[in-house]
Design a protein around this ligand. Structure first.
Ligand SMILES: Nc1ncnc2c1ncn2[C@@H]1O[C@H](COP(=O)(O)OP(=O)(O)OP(=O)(O)O)[C@@H](O)[C@H]1O
Ligand SMILES: [Mg+2]
Length: 467
């Protein structure tokens, strides 16, 4: 499957590498060609210079003929002129192009070391050099050497073919490398993409066996963790829904049952009143349960706003105590409230009151007559601590870790009689944590329970006036 990322990465790599390769090869090729051509030119000039040196030693017709004879057997052509450019001898037949060179030569100028007079190997059929013949300081003539450019062209054509082959091999290797490289990078990505697609289709058991230590490996691990989290969330949601439907069904069953009995023709007025009272109680319980669930749902969606203000803990304690005292008195449980002077907490007093009410309600429900419940507030440099302790039933150690979970109740059969739904502590925890605080519970079965709430004092509190 040709996927788009691999194609993009591959193409990008390919273009870059091919550009780099082209520049390198081209530079190499041009350097090579120039050097070869230079070499041929210098050789030709050196040959011409040798002839002119021989002729400087003996500028005789015999020597002239000898030089011409020598070159007629070689690949080069020699034309020897006098100082004015009149032809003295030549080795091979003179082509029009050679004549042109002679015609264009300025014979008043004497090239002392010899010079290259035609170097356009690309366009011309011959390249040419001119070496002067100087005898005893007197300029006597010129040795013109010609070489056919077809040799150079042939050699360079050969060189070009070799370069082309090497280039093709390099491009081929580049294509293979780029293909493998892009697969190496994109293959794990494709697998991860498939895994996330599976995740969104609802398959949470995604296992990515990508054994790498790089960023791709980290990404794969993150996806695996995500799938585990999703799985856990899904299970928690299912459990929660099951518990909620159970919680709702039970009171509804009661309500329906009592309504059925109350509507029987043989039910007495007194019985009817009693059943209606139970129905009302169960309805109130249901309403409360739904209210609490709604509140929790809001907290989950962060739609739950907390309006924090500086609030005296003592004042809060007094108002909470006033609210709960009648219920404590009724059960003959003593409630003692103590708060260090001048603790000012940065809290939403309404929400915090709810926390205290929930915890105190638990203490009251689970304490027998004649015991004591203590609500206490202390502070040190950094923390404000609120603790609520009772001498009641306590919670078995193995249940303790779960009491903050939604709808969790320790003694399911008895809590119905208490009217609890297992949301009080969950809500308390959510509120405390949204204040940046910590709520913990310690308990000894049949001895008592202590709930502790810790809040950071924070800068704004440290500066606040005592009150
Ligand atoms: N002070 C306590 N002493 C003994 N058991 C407690 C105490 N506080 C809580 N529990 C146990 O923890 C469970 C969870 O408490 P939580 O306040 O969340 O729910 P609830 O009191 O049953 O119902 P709700 O508060 O929603 O009316 C309770 O059912 C109870 O068994
Ligand atoms: Mg409770």
């Amino acid at each position: 499957m040709l996927n788009r990322l691999a194609l993009k990465i591959g193409l990008l790599f390919f273009v870059f590498i091919v550009i780099i390769e082209s520049v390198l090869f081209l530079t190499l090729y041009v350097t090579f060609v120039n050097e070869r051509v230079d070499e041929v030119m210098t050789n030709l000039l050196a040959r011409g210079n040798t002839h002119s040196e021989v002729l400087e030693d003996s500028f005789e017709p015999a020597t002239l003929n000898h030089v011409a004879l020598m070159e007629s057997a070689s690949d080069f052509i020699v034309i020897i002129t006098d100082a004015d450019g009149n032809e003295l001898t030549h080795s091979d037949s003179i082509e029009p192009e050679m004549r042109e060179v002679l015609e264009h030569t300025d014979f008043s100028e004497i090239p002392q070391e010899g010079k290259i007079v035609e170097e356009q190997w690309n366009e011309k059929e011959f390249i040419a050099t001119d070496s002067p013949i100087t005898i005893a300081g007197e300029h006597r003539g010129h040795v013109f050497m010609f070489a056919e450019t077809s040799h150079i062209k042939q050699m360079i054509g050969h060189l070009r073919n070799q370069f082309l082959i090497v280039c093709l091999i390099a491009v081929g290797l580049t294509v293979i490398t780029v293909f493998l490289l892009s697969r190496l990078i994109t293959l794990p990505l494709i697998r991860m993409k498939k895994a996330t697609e599976q995740l969104s289709e609802g398959n949470n058991e995604v296992r990515l066996n990508i054994d790498r230590n790089d960023e791709l490996g980290e990404l794969a691990n993150a996806i695996t963790t995500l799938s585990d989290d999703l799985d856990r969330l899904k299970n928690a949601r299912n459990e929660f829904l099951a518990s909620i439907s159970h919680e709702l069904r039970t009171p509804l069953t009661y309500i329906k049952g009592y309504a059925d009995i109350a509507s029987r023709p043989d039910a007495s007025e007194e019985e009817k009143r009693e059943y209606i009272a139970i129905i009302r109680e169960e309805t109130a319980h249901l309403t409360e349960l739904i209210r609490q669930l709604f509140e929790l749902a809001q907290m989950d969606h962060n739609q739950f706003s907390i309006k924090k203000e500086k609030f005296s803990l003592d004042v809060l304690f007094q108002s909470v105590a006033a609210l709960v005292r009648p219920a404590f008195d009724e059960k003959q449980i003593s409630l003692s409230v103590s708060c260090e002077k001048g603790i000012v907490a940065f809290i939403d007093p309404e929400r915090f009151q709810q926390v205290l009410l929930n915890v105190l309600d638990n203490a009251r429900k689970h304490s027998p007559k004649g015991t004591q419940v203590i609500l206490q507030g202390t502070q040190d440099e950094e923390m404000i601590t609120v603790s609520i302790s009772d001498e009641g039933d306590g919670i078995p150690e193995k249940e303790l870790p779960f009491v903050f979970e939604r709808l969790y109740r320790v003694d399911k059969s008895r809590s119905r009689q208490y009217g609890g739904s297992g949301l009080g502590l969950t809500i308390a925890k959510e509120i405390v944590e949204s204040h940046g605080g910590l709520i913990t519970i310690q308990s000894k079965y049949e001895k008592g329970t202590i709930v502790q709430i810790e809040l950071k004092r924070g800068e704004s509190l440290a500066k606040s006036p005592a009150g």
